[in-house]
Design a protein around this ligand. Structure first.
Ligand SMILES: [Zn+2]
Length: 191
């Protein structure tokens, strides 16, 4: 199976360089010159990974990250960011928005970027066997007391029907490690 990479980069020279490298490594490559174009492509096709520049005209990479990570149909696509700069606050902002990794263009060889892409994709494949879980939390263990009080759940019970609330774990494939988003729900009231 050939993985499809969406390469978003406004510099034609860099776009061409990475496109050639990725094609050589037997990836399928779709390119976009800016964030707006990337979003348009994402409405039509689903890449396995997005390689995203940050500083671009029309729509920058931060905005693309935000759109991808808040859309439930897209949020599972890992986004690897590469940028001209490597300021700590810039890296932190991208990672906080859900980037799976960060490269500084000037100091990163394309081989390293490809290695990282392969690592993320193999991780994603493994994680796909991870399902969605529902757990009941015993109200007297570890942080359960604090958790119940922070969320105003009396002994982890549904305020409506007094059934024990469950913690639903939803896999989030945007991280390298196995990762979940969690949500409380009542199996009786919310099915
Ligand atoms: Zn209920």
């Amino acid at each position: 199976m050939r993985y499809k990479i969406l390469l978003v980069e406004d510099s034609k020279v860099i776009q061409q360089m990475y496109r050639n490298k990725l094609l050589l490594e037997e990836f399928t490559v779709v390119t976009a010159d800016n964030g707006m174009e990337a979003i348009k492509i994402l409405s039509q096709e689903k890449p396995d990974l997005i390689l995203l520049d940050l500083m671009m005209p029309v729509m920058d990479g931060y905005k693309v990250l935000q759109v991808v990570k808040t859309d439930s149909k897209l949020s599972g696509i890992p986004v690897l960011v590469f940028s001209a700069q490597g300021q700590p606050e810039e890296i932190e902002r991208a990672l906080n928005l859900g980037a799976a990794g960060y490269f500084v263009k000037a100091t990163s060889k394309p081989e390293k970027v490809v290695d990282k892409i392969r690592l993320i994709l193999s991780q994603k494949l493994k994680n796909q066997e991870v399902a969605h879980y529902s757990l009941e939390i015993r109200n007297d263990t570890y942080d359960a007391v604090k958790l119940a009080s922070d969320f105003s759940l009396n002994e982890m019970k549904c305020p409506n029907c007094q059934q024990p609330m469950l913690l639903s774990l939803i896999p989030d494939f945007s991280h390298e490690a196995t990762w979940f988003c969690g949500k409380f729900y009542c199996p009786k009231c919310e099915g």
